[in-house]
Each structure stands twice: as structure tokens, then as C-alpha cells.
Design a protein around this ligand. Structure first.
Ligand code: AMP
Length: 296
């Protein structure tokens, strides 16, 4: 499966990409992550990208297209991939189309995460606070000033991709304002409808590991909204209690039944014994009469 996640900074692309990776066993190809790694390693690409990234601008198309082309050829991307943060411009999307055609690969879907712009700043602030709490290095471009610039570049350069993919009938739009696991489920439903995934992959996200990682990915969202699975889990003890009560009742019935049976058996035995005594008594009396007659 090959999909693109589209959305402004702070829309949850990274979080959803990680959850989809766990669910479908495919890889996440994030150009932002790859560029940050290149900057940290001081490679020629990293040196080129460092300043641009720090100011919130876009790294030249040929640089990111080259990175993605090489990455898609790696063995771990054979099962499929999620593109996160790429393409970001129409020329990048066109280059991706060419690249996939040459590699004989098909794009399954483009998922747009639609969010209220007013929520983005506070989402990024939450992300920064959580990274600090975990002792992680905070991204240089996660500041209100740079975020404003990144949003402007999203609007002018990346948003046209919505039209680009919608014209090609590849676009699916999901409400990115829902709770994290609801967004994941909506994406899954969409992928199912498109035939991009097998129905059997459904149960996986209900598992503990998914729930745990979802919570880890966004502790700020905990307790925000009770999701369906949470409601189901809460109902379980009540269901179990009802079951226990039912079996207790049937056990009681079984005991009463035995008692009843016991009573019946006892009654029968008494009747039998009485009959026997009567028979014995009659026999004895008859014998006595016969003896008396014989003496006469
Ligand atoms: P991200 O982690 O996706 O928010 O990306 C962080 C920064 O990396 C962006 O603000 C850009 O400077 C750069 N970048 C990431 N992906 C691309 C791309 N596809 N095209 C150009 N620049 C990119």
C-alpha cells in the first residue's frame, strides 16, 4: 500500500503515520525527518537544508525528490509506504508521478487531514511542551514565528495539491479535529473502501499496543473524548456481572432441582416400604389362620 498524508504543520500527519506503520507493517517516509537527520549528520544535503529549514522555507524540489526516490528503492519500502511531508509542491507531485511510473508502482490514496487553523498553534505548543517533558531536543522551527511562515508556505505551495489529487480522483478528506484513534479508524475505513487494505487488518488497532502508543503519541488528548472502544471496555464488567448472576441462578435452580428429586425419591421409598410391611403383615396373618385351622 502506498499513501500520502497531506495536511498543514500540526495536523497530526506524523502521529497518524506512526500508527498506520504499526497497523499495516509499512514504512513512514518523512522528508522532514530525513532532512533533520541529514542536518544532524552534517551531510552536503543537510548543509544545504539547515538554514532554509530553520527559517520555515521549503528545501529545493530536486533535493527532496532525490531523497525520496532513493528511499523508495530500499528493501523495507517494498511492502508499501506512507509519505509524510512529501510532496509539498505541485512540481514535487509531478516528479512523484513520474518516479512511481518508472518504478511501476501505484499510489493508492492521498489522505488530507483537515484541521481548524486556530487549533494548529496550540497543537504545536503542546508538542513542544511534551518534547521538553521527555527531555527531547525541540525542533528549531517549532516557534510561533516560524510556524506562521510554515503555514503561509503550506497555503501557497502545498494546498494546491488538494486540487491536484482531487482531479486525479485520489483525494480523501478526513476530519483531523477528531480524537487520534477516531482519525486512525476513519483513515482505515477509507482505505478499506478504496480496496487498499484487507478487512482482516481491522482488529489490530483495537489491541493494547495501539492504544498505548496512541496515548503516548498525544497525552494531551487523553480523556478528551470517550471513544467507542473505551465505552465498550467500560461496559464489560457489567456484562460479566450479568453473566455471573445468570449462572448463579441456574446453579440455584440445579440445587433446588436436586432437593425436589431427593424428596420424590424419599416419598417413593417410604411408599414401597409401607407396601412391603403391609404385604408382610398380611402374609403373617394368613399363616397364623392356616396354622389354627390345621390344629382344629
Ligand atoms: P516537517 O517535519 O514535514 O514539518 O518538515 C520540516 C521542514 O523540512 C519544512 O519546514 C521544510 O523546510 C523541510 N521540508 C520537509 N519536507 C519538505 C518537502 N517535501 N519539500 C521541501 N521542504 C521540505
Amino acid at each position: 500500500m502506498r499513501i500520502i498524508l497531506l495536511g498543514p504543520p500540526g495536523s497530526g500527519k506524523g502521529t497518524q503515520a506512526q500508527l498506520l506503520v504499526q497497523r499495516y507493517g509499512i514504512v513512514q517516509l518523512s522528508t522532514g525527518e530525513m532532512l533533520r537527520a541529514a542536518v544532524a549528520a552534517g551531510t552536503p544535503v543537510g548543509l544545504k537544508a539547515k538554514e532554509i529549514m530553520a527559517s520555515g522555507g521549503l528545501v529545493p524540489d530536486e533535493v527532496v525528490v532525490g531523497i525520496i526516490s532513493d528511499r523508495i528503492d530500499q528493501p523495507d519500502a517494498k511492502r508499501g509506504f506512507i509519505l509524510d511531508g512529501f510532496p509539498r509542491t505541485v512540481p514535487q507531485a509531478e516528479a512523484l508521478d513520474d518516479l512511481l511510473r518508472h518504478k511501476h508502482l501505484k499510489l493508492d490514496a492521498v489522505i488530507e487531514l483537515r484541521v481548524n487553523e486556530s487549533a494548529l498553534l496550540s497543537r504545536v505548543e503542546t508538542r513542544v511542551a511534551q518534547m521538553r517533558e521527555r527531555g527531547e531536543e525541540v525542533r528549531l522551527d517549532d516557534t510561533p514565528e516560524v510556524l506562521t511562515k510554515r503555514l503561509a508556505s503550506y497555503r501557497s505551495q502545498t494546498e494546491p495539491l488538494i486540487h491536484y489529487y482531487s482531479e486525479r480522483r485520489k483525494l480523501s478528506t478526513i476530519d483531523g479535529m477528531m480524537a487520534i484513534d477516531e482519525v486512525t479508524r476513519a483513515i482505515h475505513r477509507q482505505l478499506l473502501a478504496l480496496g487498499a487494505v484487507e478487512p482482516k487488518t481491522h482488529g489490530k488497532t483495537q489491541g493494547k499496543s495501539h492504544a498505548r502508543s496512541a496515548a503516548k503519541a498525544a497525552p494531551a488528548n487523553r480523556g478528551a473524548k470517550k471513544t467507542k472502544s473505551a465505552k465498550k471496555a467500560a461496559k464489560k464488567p457489567a456484562k460479566a456481572a450479568r453473566k455471573t448472576a445468570k449462572s448463579a441462578k441456574s446453579a440455584k435452580n440445579a440445587v433446588t432441582g436436586t432437593k425436589k428429586a431427593g424428596k420424590t425419591t424419599a416419598k417413593k421409598t417410604v411408599k414401597k416400604a409401607a407396601k412391603k410391611t403391609v404385604k408382610k403383615g398380611a402374609k403373617k396373618a394368613a399363616k397364623k389362620v392356616t396354622k389354627k385351622r390345621a390344629r382344629r
